[in-house]
Design a protein around this ligand. Sequence first.
Ligand SMILES: Nc1ncnc2c1ncn2[C@@H]1O[C@H](COP(=O)(O)OP(=O)(O)OP(=O)(O)O)[C@@H](O)[C@H]1O
Ligand SMILES: [Mg+2]
Length: 269
Amino acid sequence: MIEFEGVRYVYPNGVEALKGVSLRIGEGELVAMVGPNGAGKTTLIKHMNGLLKPTEGRVRVFGVDTRKASVAELSRRVGIVFQNSDRQLFSETVEEEIRFGLENFGFSKEEAGERVEEMLERFGLEPYRHASPFSLSGGEKKRLCIALVLAWDPDVLVLDEPTVGQDWANKERIRGLIESLLKEGKSVVVSSHDLEFVWSLRPRVLVVSGGRVVMDGRAEEVLSRDGIEEFRLLRPRLLELYMLLKKKPRRPFFEVGELEEWVKAEVGG
Ligand SMILES: Nc1ncnc2c1ncn2[C@@H]1O[C@H](COP(=O)(O)OP(=O)(O)OP(=O)(O)O)[C@@H](O)[C@H]1O
Ligand SMILES: [Mg+2]
């Protein structure tokens, strides 16, 4: 569905941000990209809808070489929510902001209207429909950005650092949203420094560092590995605890899920 083949990317100022990335993301997958600042996560994401084209190598999205399609065509299927909401917003009102993409993608006036209503309701944005997007709080702006992308119903939703600045309840909402999209058969790609959030989703994890994908595997497997600190990753606390307990002679839990169940039962979570 999304395929990177030996992708190198050099910014115009000469910074080589991707140094040979090959990876494949399949339908219905949930993939989390983690890794230090400046690792190349956002650069990778910008290749997924053709905003950036590889300097060398190739990116294919649903079989189409991103060099041969417009950003609009690709975005219709791969919707990206950027980290900085202000750079994604420009309309006069919240309502118009959501409608804009829909009209661009050729939805009829009627259908666009229906979808706008649906999104305003789903994301609790109704009270702000006539407000300027720029008057919203950081968390509300993020919700609006997610709403406006989901409005056109892309097959893949890409979220670049979605939890930055979000309170606990909003993080839970984002988590719930990701889970419901997966149930609908969509694919989701998330980049995040919030390892507890990533862990709660149990995704496939890609560790990106120095312009390369240096690890790729199930969350538990990747985050249990020795040396992840080298990539400035702080292991989720539950996993850390499980790993400590595992070293005891009489191993009390045989998998991290058992420990989680036990903790929940004890504390009534
Ligand atoms: N527009 C740009 N022009 C030049 N260099 C850039 C540009 N954007 C990013 N870079 C450089 O490319 C490298 C990768 O940046 P990128 O934004 O992809 O990292 P990241 O993994 O998303 O980091 P963060 O976790 O801080 O968001 C960095 O060295 C960065 O300085
Ligand atoms: Mg980034």
